[in-house]
Design a protein around this ligand. Sequence first.
Ligand code: GLN
Length: 385
Amino acid sequence: MNQYPVHLKSKLPLVGTTIFTIMSALANEHKAINLSQGFPDFSCKDKLQDLVFKHIKAGHNQYAPMAGLPLLRELLAKKIESCYNHLLNPETEITITAGGTQGIYTAISAFVHKDDEVIVFEPAYDCYVPAILMAGGSPISVPLQFPNYSIDWNYVKKLITAKTKMIVINTPHNPSGKVLKKEDLIALEKITENTDILILSDEVYEHIVFDEVIHESVWRYEKLAKRSIAVYSFGKTYHVTGWKMGYCIAPEYLMKEFRKVHQFLVFSVNTPFQYAIAEYLQESEDYLELNKFYQEKRDFFTSALKESRFEVLPAKGTYFQLLSYKKISKELDTEFAIRLTKEHKIASVPLSVFYKSKEDNQVLRFCFAKGEDTLKKAAEILSKI
Ligand code: GLN
């Protein structure tokens, strides 16, 4: 018998609640240290908080322009120029979004048609595939090669068909911490040359790269710049994930289509916060310190794990560290992550959830965007297991 009063046909029958919500809830329930969902446990700069109040008090509380506050877009254009040496028109090529996820969803909705194929690399951040399915597209999975999470571009080339509409890249990569290199972007450039394939480049961790590695934005590559939509996040850069603020950049002909969807999905984004970020950006370039800030956290956490039986996998970017537990247990990563939360009071994210095939390499993701006390306590517990 139908359990609901109205018969429903789900658009996403295989999609449940995101792993981030599940693991954070489990962490709360068991009073565990929550290194699962990625968010900082420290606050943003006082100055930035004060600016939000200032602009609310100043009466900037009505709708912002659909594409975002002009001043903010101008400043972002300057930032992109200084970081990636790419000139863009702030009027036509930048749109402020309600976070990275909205940017990704909007881009996929705007460009992916029914039966189009979209290449995604797995492990894949969990919002890509549902957005592709909602657009009626087919996600085509390409595994990143364990344990380096590198891309076999020859394999990617073989998967390209007349139906391939988009390739989604993500660097620095969540969940693996892998950072794409120049060779990767050049390979992508070659593969897409003379095709109608678009690139959706998720660069929300652009300012969190380590060991002198540089962030290879699509904007550094002239040919990619002509076919790319890139997504950014103020949440990651300013420690304000709850503000749900980000932006998208694309050449004008793509941004025009992006905005057609954006205007009916959210119309425009939170006004006083846009004023606050714009003013903050004028005065401070503190995103330039972020690499060092998070590298110290990574190093603190991993050196505290020296005696542990967990194996530290290389992490070149993002605020996530992968740990392999293959010397500790043969359990599935989902089972092990749940037991770790319940029995040892540490919540993490099992990597298999980011694969369609549920590939299980016995690896868990830990968020190190936390204060030293928390990281120390977590490492002490992990070292005893
Ligand atoms: N990006 C965050 C992570 O990877 C989670 C964001 C969310 O919960 N939707 O943990």
